[in-house]
Design a protein around this ligand. Sequence first.
Ligand SMILES: [Zn+2]
Length: 294
Amino acid sequence: MAVPHTSAKSCPTCGALADFIEIENQDPPPDGEVAKTFPAAVRRLQPPNPDIERLYRHQCTRLLACPDCDTYYRYDTWTPGGSEDCFNTYVHEAVRRIGALQTLELLRQTLADTKGSAERGFASDQADYEFASKVVGVQLERLKSKKDEILSGLLERLERPRDPGTPQVSALLRQLEANRVRDAEDLALMLVHGEPDEVPVPILRRTVELLADPNPELRAKIRDAAVQALLQVTAGKAREVFRGRRDLARGDATLEEMAGRRGTGRSAAAKEGSGKDPTRRRRRSPGARGGRKS
Ligand SMILES: [Zn+2]
């Protein structure tokens, strides 16, 4: 689990809240019983923007944030099925503190779900998807301020030891490995997004360690990102240094060509050396991929 935003614990509004709070109420409440409620601090949490609230209006999940320290919280409500007591309905509600990485993933999942509905072809769903893309885009932009926290969260997952002695079915192992490759891809995208030279050295060092990961697909993601980041940081100089170095890149492309291909597809223009900052063309938003497929 990713480490929550560090300022949460000292926050006067939400600092005293536990990481996870759950309440259960019978619906309707039995005679003479008062429904349980969350601590007052939970009621001070707000949707991070009004559009987000609209996005989650039909869902059992909501994204909330502390207005004072910008820590994110996830609210869920559910009614367990197959209850041992089928004559009564119990409603569960839970609020949990989530880190920036989990927030990013929740937003992406929301977008992916909306996209799935839109692809089934109803016009209203298409409109919902367009709305969701806009709203999630705004929120992802705000999450950029927590980029280092997201990178650390991804690294923690990738560095987590996997116990080879545990008897696992091969399908599960393949799934876990696929998740790691996906995390590595996210790490790579986050790393080259914005200003790679502002990423703290300890994070870069941990990322470089992944170049020794046993999974070749994962190594390739990290290597591509490292090359991409290097090209961005060194801008025009890199072109001079790496020109023609096919030996360092994949067999079928020079590093220079790779950088162009992974960008906006305008590598030819970049190669002309138009004098403009070439890094501008290569920036891509982690949200631009739409939701992740699961
Ligand atoms: Zn707070």
